[in-house]
Write a protein that binds this ligand. Sequence first.
Ligand code: NAD
Length: 342
Amino acid sequence: MSHRVTLIPGDGIGPELAEAARRVLDATGVPLEWEVVDAGEAVMAQFGTPLPDHVLESIKRNGVALKGPITTPVGAGFRSVNVTLRQALGLYANVRPVRSIPGVESRYEDVDLVIVRENTEDLYAGIEHMVGRDAAESIKIITREASERIARYAFEYAVANGRRKVTAVHKANIMKLSDGLFLESCRTIAAGYEGRIEFEDRIVDNMCMQLVQKPELYDVLVLPNLYGDIVSDLAAGLVGGLGVAPGANIGTEAAVFEPVHGSAPKYAGQDRANPTALILSGALMLRHMGELEAAQRVESALRAVIAEGRMLTQDLGGTAGTSGFADAIVARLGGTPAVAPA
Ligand code: NAD
């Protein structure tokens, strides 16, 4: 049976990365039927919104989407498509596995973390206003329901994936009510896993220092939205940067897979961005759809190409283009490259 998947190429480097990822995933032989829909800057003029209804409908209908990055204007302009999408589809868990890749230069060799970020509330609820002309207020929303739901997801993920420990990250020493409630919710859920999954908590600033010094001490991290956003970029830096960090947004009705990085407009259309993060996001998607063996093959082929070191993109110190790198992976998977490798 074929899987129908929504593909949102996105802005900036998104379309070329999406094309690379699509070719790699097709090369697994898993029958994928791609429904390509556009969102972001490119459709603003046509639809008057960066997230037209038919895009949401497509994801709801198919239940899974692979998404390239979408530009969000800073300070003014339209609201983040990414945040709107996550809220509209109830994609409450943002899961970002952070794993060292042999051949990708970084300060550490054996990082293996999973960041589980609450995806629907906190300061991303988008409730902010001016107070007079010279002050602005953003409201941080933390609820017991969303905090317990994300903590439960983190523990269930740990059980299902043979992980040993969950660390809750917060700033409850200062935000005693909001972060206090998040921590209390994590403790409540942790009690149900006692003896099976270890639990501890860390204050977010200390967590950042610990991750930079001793990332091997950590396993699954569960965080409210804002700290999760920041700590996942920090963690991506531990394994070679944004070009290699995949992600998944999971809800009860739908799941959207996307890289941690943004649209890197300065590299758009130059065939130089690294498609690894989007390809690995595609592997997470295959796993989510039950195509475990194909997901494993994509990850192994990608790791083999990087370990070999001949076809590396510029961010990894090589000279290969986006499409050439994808071709090398396609060839490893037994497919026919679009362009013969140099
Ligand atoms: P960015 O991730 O786009 O780029 C930061 C830098 O990281 C780039 O200049 C580049 O040097 C490097 N980089 C990122 N991805 C790379 C890749 N695949 N290959 C090689 N190098 C890569 O972050 P930014 O510049 O802060 O944001 C640009 C735009 O993207 C903004 O509008 C932002 O809102 C948006 N954004 C979107 C998402 C999303 O769609 N989920 C996520 C983050 C940022």
